[in-house]
Design a protein around this ligand. Structure first.
Ligand code: FEO
Ligand code: CA
Ligand code: CA
Ligand code: CA
Length: 594
């Protein structure tokens, strides 16, 4: 419980004032430099960004849309030279394409997408792998970097693990059930101890439209995942996104994807052993026994917290020996008990209810229908599990639970009904062993405005009016064991402030104290942060700046926020708002936040 009266914070920076405006803001004494914007070149020969003349070919050579997860893989251990990996979660058509929004009687409509627009949207999804270097105190992309690569919704990928080759994954384009084009809605992710890039497929349901043939056996499976979501028009152009025409395609999404960034021609692998759900992220740590443990959230109201423990052990001397560790291991789902204990329940075919009688003929069925398997095991339905990060310094694990306004009954692990602001749980694995199947937990923070008693927020009393936040989404535990929390959902309407990055004390008398370090422009959400190993740079991702809802097209129309709109980061009449990755450094050098 966070109840500190005072106690010295681990963070000595001066707080940013919470609020809302068109620009981003970082704590005094720090620089926040835009490093990569949507449309920026990823290769030396890429075309210059021209928002009025976009094409699939150009977008495939440029930085994609809606940067979410940011990872940094140092080159030779450097904190000034490395490979940046960035997910491009989704596209906001109304912010991307000029002139497609029409407003009639105050109601916006977006012009239907043609094939050219769909192709640009698909090319703006996926991820970017790009070499970056710090020169004269400022980070710049290295456009001729050997490892530079764009991954999109059409990149050929291999399906591996228990579901590979299963009939339920076969389509007319792929009779093997092992080859799929692209990855979708890559939200948070991870970098493995062996330096590969993990892209988690989150809200894949939105890309499908149409109806399954009458009586199709996948009907119950798809219902559990909200397929078809119908958020995109791709299915009008490509049959594979239309359930009536290609009913198995949705089983090929919802996985964790591993990319070997060392070889820019490598085939990314969808690792089905880690289950199929709306994967938020996949941060990992090496357990004392050498197994690698991945923490996984399924971001939906009343869904679950998972972890995957590799069967094999990590070999720091032999990178190649680690490259397929993610194909064998045990996937567990969490049951949080009222007494403060946690039990990790194994999702193993043939154990307990996971049998043929219940529709699970093999482990392939268990991973394809991970949610239903977890329902039967009695896992604890949570308030939207987002990013989860292990802390190698204290042996604990931090779980972001963003909100759940549909919760009608509270329990110990989800202590508030109508939970609008979310909370953070801290797990202590038994004996500090991340591979353990038992442990204990407590609620670290109930989020929201502590000055409104009904909200029930539990920030320490040392937390200022700028320091509280709602809707924790991403987090980072840095190499000093300090916790940083990024939010998604703070807005003029929700909390009177934008999203941002907060530093949260977890130790001693200051536990539960939070301070605002950086905030985003109006309409944006905050993703990241990703610190360099020496903690002198934090990379953060500003996602969908200017997105205030349907009545704002990013090209200068009055916004949802009435008098507040933005053209961040260029502030040019001929440029739309652009999602961007920002590098934060301390003026004169030194550790961030200290
Ligand atoms: Fe894409 Fe769960 O945030
Ligand atoms: Ca997220
Ligand atoms: Ca994270
Ligand atoms: Ca989010």
């Amino acid at each position: 419980e966070a109840k500190a009266q005072d106690g010295t914070s681990a963070f000595s920076f001066s707080e940013v004032a919470a609020g809302v405006d068109a620009d981003h803001h970082v704590a005094e004494g720090y620089d926040a430099d835009v490093l990569l914007r949507w449309g920026d070149k990823v290769f030396a020969d890429a075309p210059e960004f021209d928002p009025t003349n976009q094409s699939k070919e150009a977008q495939e050579r440029q930085f994609g849309y809606n940067n979410d997860f940011v990872g940094f893989v140092p080159i030779d251990g450097s904190s000034e030279h490395g490979i940046l990996v960035v997910n491009h979660e989704y596209t906001n058509e109304h912010l991307m394409f000029p002139g497609i929004v029409t407003i009639t009687d105050g109601k916006p409509t977006i012009a239907p997408a043609d094939k050219a627009r769909v192709d640009i949207e698909m090319a703006a999804h996926g991820g970017t792998i790009i070499e970056i270097r710090k020169e004269d105190g400022h980070w710049t992309p290295v456009l001729d970097g050997r490892q530079n690569r764009r991954i999109t919704a059409t990149t050929p990928m291999e399906i591996t693990g228990p579901a590979a080759g299963h009939d339920r994954l076969k389509t007319s384009a792929d009779a093997t059930g092992r080859a799929v084009f692209g990855t979708l809605n890559n939200c948070a992710g991870g970098v493995t101890p062996w330096g590969t890039y993990i892209m988690s497929e989150e809200n894949f349901h939105g890309y499908f439209l149409g109806e399954l043939p009458e009586g199709h056996p996948e009907a119950a499976n798809y219902k559990r995942y909200g397929v078809p979501g119908g958020s995109y028009e791709w299915g009008n152009v490509y049959d594979r996104f239309n359930l009536a025409k290609e009913p198995n395609e949705p089983n090929r999404f919802g996985w964790v994807v591993e990319v070997d960034i060392e070889d820019p021609t490598s085939t990314p692998k969808k690792r089905t052993a880690l289950g199929r759900f709306k994967h938020e992220g996949a941060e990992s740590i090496v357990a004392p026994g050498g197994q690698v443990v991945f923490y996984l959230g399924d971001d939906e109201r009343f869904d679950y917290v998972y972890k995957f423990v590799t069967a094999g052990t990590y070999d720091p001397q032999n990178r190649a020996a680690n490259l397929d560790l993610l194909d064998e291991g045990t996937l567990y789902v969490a049951r949080f008990d009222e007494d403060g204990s946690i039990t990790w329940l194994p999702l193993l075919h043939g154990e307990g209810p996971l049998t043929a009688e219940n529709g699970f003929a093999s482990q392939a069925d268990v991973v394809i229908e991970t949610r239903r398997a977890s329902d039967l095991l009695g896992a604890t339905p949570m308030d939207r599990p987002e990013d989860i990060e292990p802390n190698g310094e204290n042996g604990r694990v931090y779980v972001m639970l963003t909100n759940n306004t549909k919760r009608k009954e509270a329990n110990a692990a989800n202590p508030r009904v109508d939970n609008a602001f979310g909370h953070i749980i801290e797990i202590a694995e038994a004996d500090g062993d991340f591979a353990a199947t038992r442990g204990t937990w407590e609620v670290l923070l109930q989020c929201g405005d502590p000055s409104v008693a009904e909200v029930g927020a539990t920030f320490s009393t040392a937390t200022t009016e700028n320091g509280w936040f709602g809707m924790p989404d991403n987090c980072a535990v840095d190499s000093d064991g300090r916790l940083w929390v990024s939010t998604d959902g703070n807005s003029p309407k929700a909390t009177g402030r934008t999203d941002g990055l907060w530093a949260v004390d977890i130790d001693g008398a200051a536990r539960g104290t939070s301070k605002l370090f950086y905030r985003v422009p109006v309409g944006a959400e905050m993703c990241g942060p990703r610190p360099t190993p020496d903690l002198t740079t934090f990379f953060v991702a500003v996602q969908h700046p200017g997105d205030g809802g349907d009545d704002w097209d990013g090209f200068g129309r009055p916004s949802y926020y009435e008098d507040l709109s933005t053209r961040w980061p260029d502030f040019r009449d001929d440029m739309p708002v652009r999602p961007s990755v920002v590098a934060i450094t301390k003026r004169g050098g030194g550790k961030i936040g200290a």
